[in-house]
Design a protein around this ligand. Structure first.
Ligand code: AMP
Ligand code: MG
Length: 433
């Protein structure tokens, strides 16, 4: 298996003028992560999958339309097709009906001036016709139809050949994450298989002597490991291949083995815990030993301590994200740094999350000098105004704040306290499609 070959972290970091690993701004950290990943971006292999399996995958090649969609001009309405030049300049137009055309059963004759054809939606426009009058605007008398001349203009209610996709033009571009509309688009071209990037392999594990797994007894001072489950959820939603390396105890042998195994098998490795300041565990030591890692204190809340870089094992390199241990900090740092990096490594092009502005319903206390990611509930009131409130206790261990929220409220680095009614930036958790 080939691995992306990474530049040294130092070569990326030194591009930053005011780099201080003890006090890094969110934007700086994000830039380093993005630059490091971009400069290492070795394209993942391509694989061909059936159309159903391509949902959520990343398109590996442009799809060039082999046909026109639609293949011919056709009717957009149930009504009567005729030549627009037959519309009378008097108030009323009368036409003689000479036949019928249905979707899949075209009318094959020629239509002359003063004539029309009964036509259904999707039926090919007969020869000589460029206009359709909807049936509800027409009075019928045997084979004669009549309508008000101003009810329709030449060319109305007709879909043009190739107006959706024209032959030879790109229908979908490489790097797009395939969504339901794209499945339909691909099917409309008659294609049953799609070339996609292979899934990025992402390994993850939790670190900590206090962690217990589901089914184990919870002794005093212990907590159930929840981070592996949120990571499972976030990574699954991202569409990567996941590899769960379990809980790793705070001892050097277990750590070394876990990091080596994960780096040997995966393109990226995510850990949680053990990167806090002054922590008496081995995580940092082992990360340093095996890789090219920077440890950061980022001016953000939650999510201050984080490790980032690459680790080597069995001749392979994997990008490493050493996330904090606190459950909310794991999710915030994932969405702030990891998501973008994994999508970029996967070959995706559209990486920005959906952001919008909303009015705060209450005062939100905030100190300038750090970026805060508060958990919010966004609502749209009856007049279409978006408001956002915070979800109670915002401690970095309070996972309920994430569960109840539907967005992050992002309070920028220099921002002070927000007053009720102020506009704030929010990042939505869910997209529609
Ligand atoms: P650490 O960064 O290892 O010092 O952990 C910070 C806090 O997060 C501590 O309270 C840990 O018990 C907690 N924590 C660390 N890992 C996990 C985990 N996998 N699940 C739940 N809590 C965790
Ligand atoms: Mg720990």
């Amino acid at each position: 298996m080939t691995k992306p070959s990474l530049p040294t972290l130092n070569s990326v970091v030194t591009c930053q003028s005011d780099y201080d690993p003890e006090s890094l701004k969110v934007d700086q950290a994000l830039q380093i992560v993005q630059d490091f990943v971009a400069s290492s971006a070795k394209a993942l292999e391509t694989e061909t999958v059936g159309i159903y399996q391509s949902l959520g995958r990343i398109l590996a090649q442009n799809i060039i339309s082999p046909i026109n969609v639609p293949a011919a001009d056709n009717s957009a309405m149930d009504g009567y097709a005729f030549a627009g030049s037959s519309i009378s300049s008097d108030g009323s137009t009368s036409l003689t009906m000479i036949g019928k055309g249905f979707a899949g059963h075209a009318f094959n004759g020629d239509v002359k001036a003063g004539e029309c054809v009964r036509i259904m939606t999707g039926a090919i426009m007969p020869n000589g016709c460029d206009t359709v009058i909807p049936q509800e605007l027409v009075e019928i008398n045997n084979d004669q139809i009549q309508f008000t001349s101003t009810a329709v203009k030449a060319g109305d209610n007709r879909r043009l050949k190739g107006e959706d996709l024209s032959v030879g033009s790109p229908a979908l571009l490489a790097g797009k994450v395939i969504r339901p509309a794209d499945l339909g688009l691909i099917a409309s071209l008659g294609m049953g298989e799609v070339a996609v990037k292979r899934r990025l392999r992402v390994g993850f594990f939790s670190t900590g002597d206090e962690l217990r797994s589901i089914g184990q007894e919870l002794e005093p001072g212990c907590v159930y490991d929840s981070n592996r489950y949120t990571l499972f959820g976030m990574l699954t939603r991202l569409g990567v291949e996941i590899n769960d390396f379990g809980v790793v105890r705070d001892n050097p042998e277990d750590m070394r083995r876990a990091f080596s195994d994960a780096a040997a098998q995966c393109d990226a490795v995510i850990t949680s815990g053990g990167v806090s300041v002054g922590e008496a565990d081995y995580t940092k030591q082992i990360m340093r030993e095996l890789g090219d890692i920077a440890f950061w204190k980022i001016n953000m809340r939650p999510g201050r301590p984080m490790a980032f870089g690459s680790i080597q094992s069995s001749g392979h390199q994997a990008v490493l994200f050493g996330l904090p241990g606190n459950p909310v900090a794991v999710m915030v740092t994932f969405y702030q740094f990891v998501r973008h990096a994994l999508l970029a490594m996967s070959g995706a092009t559209d990486l920005a999350p959906q952001t919008m502005q909303a009015r705060a319903t209450e005062t939100i206390r905030k100190r300038p000098g750090r970026t805060e990611f508060q958990r919010g509930i966004l609502k749209t009131d009856r007049s279409g105004i978006n408001t956002v409130s915070i979800t109670g206790a915002q401690g970095s261990g309070v996972l309920r704040s994430m569960s109840e929220a539907n967005c992050f409220i992002v309070l920028e680095h220099d921002q002070g306290t927000i007053q009720a009614g102020d506009l704030v930036n929010v990042v939505l958790f869910e997209g529609l499609l």
